[in-house]
Ligand binder design. Structure first.
Ligand code: C2O
Length: 531
């Protein structure tokens, strides 16, 4: 096993995007930032210098962080952020996982520009893939762009008490493509050989939107999601929620010497108060030998409201069962019903542009509050009282009333946790929407899902459930997940729509140390602390 070492400096960079010049914050003046490429078993070391004016933490989305919970990068959950001019070295091993993951800032809306791919290759190279080794790989990181400084977008969201304004463009590998009103906006273009199979590593790094993705004239075979292999699934459209990844094979067997658009547009699941970015981002797949200037053909994209196409994709995926993977646990130690949603509350005094009500979000009537003076992990490790409570309820307390609290659910090492994630509409004025729920530190099995209220008689897939770290809970519907809490630490579970995180749509699992060697070591020497 090797050590994969990177230096990331997060600082300002001038960019001309959508015919406007602005300064954004990125890692190493790249957007997307550097790709981390490692092999299963490697150690990743990232020296981070914070040259930005904002407190910063970097999260390695989907990495288990086995006994390295200090490196998870969850702002105020596992660490106090790296202060401006500060630095910190993240160090973690990659054990028992391979495929496409990603990394992103986990403090404020910075993640709109501070993100990149994290690719884990199998130990025995391309022979390790459970499918025929692809001829080449194409990275597709989907993002969202605001003309305005994203810090102001976030401040405005708070001052108005409403969600952030709609983004100005979608991007593929940082570029908005050629369908915007800005002539000469950048576009991602890739050259391919005719009649070869490529692995598309697709990441949804967008802040608030689920996306449809297509390549005209081509079909896909999905082979993995969230760095977990799936049974091969044939489709002409990929549906991907913020935080998720999809590995898909694509064979370049359309007309030789052709040019084909790839495109992504928003899948909008809101049932009321619908406002979304209705643009289409494009990229170009150019076959070798294509004549310069050949006009690419455009794929027919699903309508933004095509719930049928979205549901079919999300719900059809099945896990690939391999003897080397951890089996589905058959008994459950904690059976939880976590009901969550977004509601309205009176404006707070500092919400100076708020007109009547502000949004608030919660899980089991607890609106998650980030602690101010210590990260949860540090507080637990040092035994600092008063930072959090251990009374996160295992089922929804009776209505009404929302508690603002930093409540965790405490479980023993190796306990099996099953959670029914139940999305609810709390007012007809707000309606429902899909929520991508992400769990740090673990993969989970997705056993069942449905619309409406959870059905206790629902059939679970206990044979080949898909394995993910981020799952869509359908608006007003439910999803059942199960995981083994085999890693001590403080593990965030939250909605990966960034709009919902500051509103409190989150909770934390505190996993206790197990018998040796399952004990969290002390934090690294240079660990950013608040006290
Ligand atoms: Cu990708 Cu807590 O996030």
């Amino acid at each position: 096993a090797a050590v994969v070492e990177h230096n990331f400096t997060v600082g300002g960079m001038n960019i001309s995007q959508l015919c406007m010049d602005s300064v954004i914050y990125t890692a190493n003046e790249q957007m997307p930032g550097p790709t981390i490429e490692a092999t299963e078993g490697d150690t990743v070391v990232v020296h981070v210098v914070n040259d930005s004016p904002y407190p910063l933490s970097l999260h390695w989305h989907g990495i288990f962080q086995l006994l390295s919970g200090w490196a998870d990068g969850a702002h105020m959950i596992t660490e106090c952020p790296i202060q401006p001019s500060g630095n910190f070295t993240y160090r973690f091993n990659i054990t028992g996982q391979e495929g496409t993951l990603w990394w992103h800032a986990h403090s404020s809306l910075l993640r709109a520009t501070v993100y990149g791919a994290l690719i884990i290759k199998p130990r025995n190279g391309t022979d390790g893939y459970p499918y025929k080794a692809p001829y080449g790989e194409i990275p597709i990181t989907l993002g969202e762009w605001w003309n305005k400084n994203v810090d102001d977008v976030e401040k405005d969201a708070h001052l108005t008490g409403l969600g952030p304004e709609v983004s100005d463009a979608l991007t593929i590998n940082g570029k908005p493509g050629d369908q915007t009103s800005c002539r000469g906006a950048g576009i991602f273009e890739v050259e391919v050989e005719y009649n070869q199979t490529y692995l598309l590593r697709i990441i949804n790094a967008a802040v608030n939107v689920e996306l449809f993705f297509k390549v005209s004239g081509h079909n896909f075979t999905v082979v993995a999601v969230d760095a977990s292999y799936t049974e091969p699934y044939a489709t002409d459209v990929i549906v991907i929620a913020p935080g998720q990844t999809v590995d898909a094979l694509m064979t370049t067997s359309a007309t030789p010497e052709g040019r084909y658009y790839m495109a992504a547009n928003v899948f909008e699941s809101k049932t009321v108060q619908i406002r979304f970015n209705n643009g289409t981002v494009t990229g170009i797949v150019t076959y070798k030998g294509a004549a310069n200037g050949t006009a690419p053909s455009m794929p027919a994209m699903p309508a933004p409201t095509d719930v049928v196409a979205a549901g079919r994709f999300y719900w059809s995926l099945r896990g690939l069962v391999r003897p080397v993977d951890p089996p589905l646990p058959t008994t459950v130690d904690h059976s939880m019903l976590v009901e969550f949603g977004v509601d309205q509350e009176p404006c707070a005094p500092d919400q100076t542009r708020c007109g009547g009500f502000a949004l608030v979000a919660f899980m089991n009537r607890n609106s998650f509050q980030f602690p101010k003076n210590a990260s949860l992990l540090q507080a637990s490790f040092d035994g600092v009282p008063g930072v959090y409570t251990e009374d996160f309820p295992s089922s929804p307390p009776p209505l009404p009333g929302i508690r603002k609290a930093t409540a965790v659910k405490r479980v023993n090492h190796s306990d099996v946790v099953e959670v029914v994630l139940q999305s609810r509409a709390y007012s007809s004025a707000l309606g429902t929407e899909n929520h991508p729920i992400h769990l740090h530190g673990f993969n989970f099995f997705v056993l069942a899902q449905g619309l409406g209220a959870f059905d206790p008689n629902a059939t679970y897939n206990l044979v080949n459930p898909r394995v993910r770290n981020t799952v869509i809970v359908p608006g007003g519907g439910w999803t059942v997940i199960r995981f083994v809490a085999n890693n001590p630490g403080m593990w965030f579970m939250h909605c990966h729509l960034d709009a919902h995180l500051p509103l409190g749509l989150a909770m934390v699992f505190e996993v206790l140390n197990g018998p040796a060697p399952n004990i969290l070591p002390p934090p690294p020497e240079d660990f950013p602390k608040c006290y």
